[in-house]
Unconditional design. Sequence first.
Length: 256
Amino acid sequence: MITGFNTDVDYNNKTYHVQTEDKGMDNPYIESLVYRGGGIIFSKRTSYASKLAAGIAEKEIRALLEGQHKTIIAAIRKGKFEEGVPAPEAPVTMDAGPKAAPAAAPPRPAGPKVTAIPPPAPPTAAAPPLVQETPTKASLDEMIQAYLIQEKEKDQLEIKVPQGIEFFSGSIAPFQIKAETSVSKKPIPGVEIVAKLITTFSPPQDLFTGYTNPDGMLTMTLKIPPFKHGNAAVIIMGKSKEYGNTEYKQLVKKKN
């Protein structure tokens, strides 16, 4: 099972956390959740159950996973998640009931009759043109897809690990990782790469820290401690000042 990706996206002084995961063959769908301020503001599920009978490959699932993750990140960076937020309600004036008629003014003393001259009428301002609003029944998900057809996705950080890599309890795993841009596929030097082990039975453990070379490459060696009970996953995080942050997750398997 491919576990997924986690990415923090900053837009308009807000931080959005995008989490996309593969739920596995028993639950064959890809789920994306968007968090803001600690709460979920958007979710998307894509089923690949119909493709299981044809024998879908792991690389096809990964392509679906990455595509859905990038789709949502691109939408955030174009402000699509700023739209549709309910506007603050206008203040409501409460009617306290029938109002009493004002008291009659005392009579004025008699005097010479004066005829008031009304002030000149102000010039009539031209009414602003009406804006024709066309209601839409499209969901946010459909709006995101439509946007991606019309707009080209911006470059963001991607980290590439060897295809088919697996991590095992009590093993040493040497491999190379590559940092590149998502659209133009240019190598990104100087990306900070941090690998951690997250488990259900101990605090997070640091496995590796390093920086990519001018070719965007970094050789890593992860020493994974042995365990027999619980679950564990390797988290590889990439941080770039220009292209943002991203994560790669992979479950650690127990040796038979």
